[in-house]
Design a binder for this molecule. Structure first.
Ligand code: CA
Ligand code: CA
Length: 296
C-alpha cells in the first residue's frame, strides 16, 4: 500500500505543488495526517496566542494519480479512518458564531468510540475528513477554504464508506487531505470539531467522460449529496439544491417539475459549515427513492 507520511504537508491547493507519491488507477493509499493545528495543542489550557498560525489546516499530499487528465473525475472511496487517542478543540472570542469570552483550548480523549466530554457527557464518534481536494486549474487556494476543487469542505458525511467525486483540473489530479474530525455537527459552529491526527485509507479511481457528475459529489450508503461553497449562505444553499435538481433529471425520467416536487418532499438542504471563508451547503436525497440507481 502507498503510504504518505504526516510530514508531507502543504497549506494550499496549488496546481504547481510537487507530488509526494504516485498511484495507479484503483490503488489503495494511506494518508497520514496531522490535526488541523499541526499538533501544537498538546494539553488543556494551551495558550492560543502561542500558536503558529502559519501552520494551520495542513493537507497531506499531493498524490499524483497516473492517467488522470483534465476533464476526468477522480473517485475517492474512503475505506478507513483511524484516529489518534485524543483530539483538540478551541473555543475563543471572534471565532465561530458564538459570543465566547477568552480562549479555551481543550483536549478530549476517546474511549470505546465515545468522546469523553465534560459533565459526564459522552458523544459517539463519527470519524470524517474535513479537508480533501484536488489541485485547482490555475488558482492557489488556501486549505482554509472550500470550493469547486473540494478543499475545506467540512461535510460530516465524508466518513468511512462514503465515496467522493472530485474534478481533475491538472494531470495527476493532485489529491490531498487532512483536518480529520472524530465527529462534527452540521455547521461546525464554534469553528472546529474534535480535531484529530490519524490515518485515512482511500481507493482512487479515474473516471473518463463523466461530465454528468456534479463534483464535488458524495454518495453514502443512504444518500446522494450535492455540495456548494460560496461566501453567501443564501447563494450556497440555492446552488447545492439546484445541482441536485439537475442531477435527478439527468439520472431519471423525471421532469423538472417532478424533480422539484420530489426534492421538496424528500430532499434535505443542510448547512455543512458556516465558519469557513466560503460557507458550505449540501443537498441530500435518499438513494432508496431514486428510480435509476447511480453506480457508486
Ligand atoms: Ca475544516
Ligand atoms: Ca477542523
Amino acid at each position: 500500500m502507498i503510504n504518505i507520511k504526516k510530514e508531507q504537508i502543504h497549506f494550499a491547493f496549488n496546481p504547481a505543488e510537487t507530488p509526494v507519491a504516485y498511484a495507479d488507477n484503483g490503488d489503495i493509499v494511506k494518508f497520514c495526517c496531522q490535526d488541523c493545528y499541526c499538533e501544537q495543542i498538546l494539553s488543556d489550557g494551551f495558550n492560543f496566542n502561542k500558536m503558529n498560525m502559519q501552520r494551520n489546516n495542513p493537507a497531506t499530499g499531493p498524490l499524483y494519480v497516473r492517467g488522470a487528465e483534465p476533464g476526468d473525475v477522480l473517485r475517492v472511496e474512503i475505506k478507513a479512518i483511524d484516529l489518534a487517542a485524543e483530539g483538540s478543540m478551541c473555543a475563543r472570542t471572534g471565532a465561530g458564531i458564538y459570543e465566547i469570552d477568552g480562549c479555551h483550548c481543550r483536549r478530549f480523549s476517546i474511549e470505546n468510540d465515545l468522546i469523553v466530554f465534560d459533565n459526564e457527557i459522552r458523544i459517539p464518534i463519527r470519524p470524517m475528513i474535513g479537508v480533501i481536494g484536488t489541485a485547482p486549474k490555475k488558482d492557489i487556494i488556501s486549505t482554509q477554504t472550500p470550493g469547486e476543487h473540494g478543499g475545506n469542505l467540512d461535510i460530516n458525511d465524508l466518513g468511512v464508506d462514503a465515496v467522493l467525486y472530485l474534478p481533475v483540473n491538472v494531470p495527476g489530479a493532485l489529491l490531498s487531505m487532512g483536518d480529520i474530525h472524530a465527529v462534527q455537527g452540521d455547521g461546525e459552529t464554534v469553528i472546529c470539531a474534535l480535531e484529530m491526527s490519524g490515518e485515512v485509507t482511500v481507493k482512487v479511481n479515474v473516471l473518463k467522460n463523466r461530465q454528468d457528475i456534479p463534483t464535488p459529489f458524495i454518495i453514502t450508503d443512504s444518500h446522494y449529496i450535492t455540495t456548494a461553497a460560496d461566501p453567501s449562505l443564501d447563494n450556497c444553499s440555492v446552488i447545492a439544491a439546484q445541482k441536485m435538481h439537475r442531477f435527478l433529471q439527468q439520472h431519471s425520467n423525471l421532469t423538472d417539475a417532478q424533480s422539484g416536487l420530489l426534492l421538496s418532499l424528500a430532499g434535505n438542504l443542510r448547512i455543512s459549515q458556516i465558519v469557513n471563508p466560503a460557507k458550505g451547503c449540501i443537498m441530500e436525497f435518499p438513494i432508496g427513492l431514486a428510480k435509476e440507481k447511480f453506480e457508486k
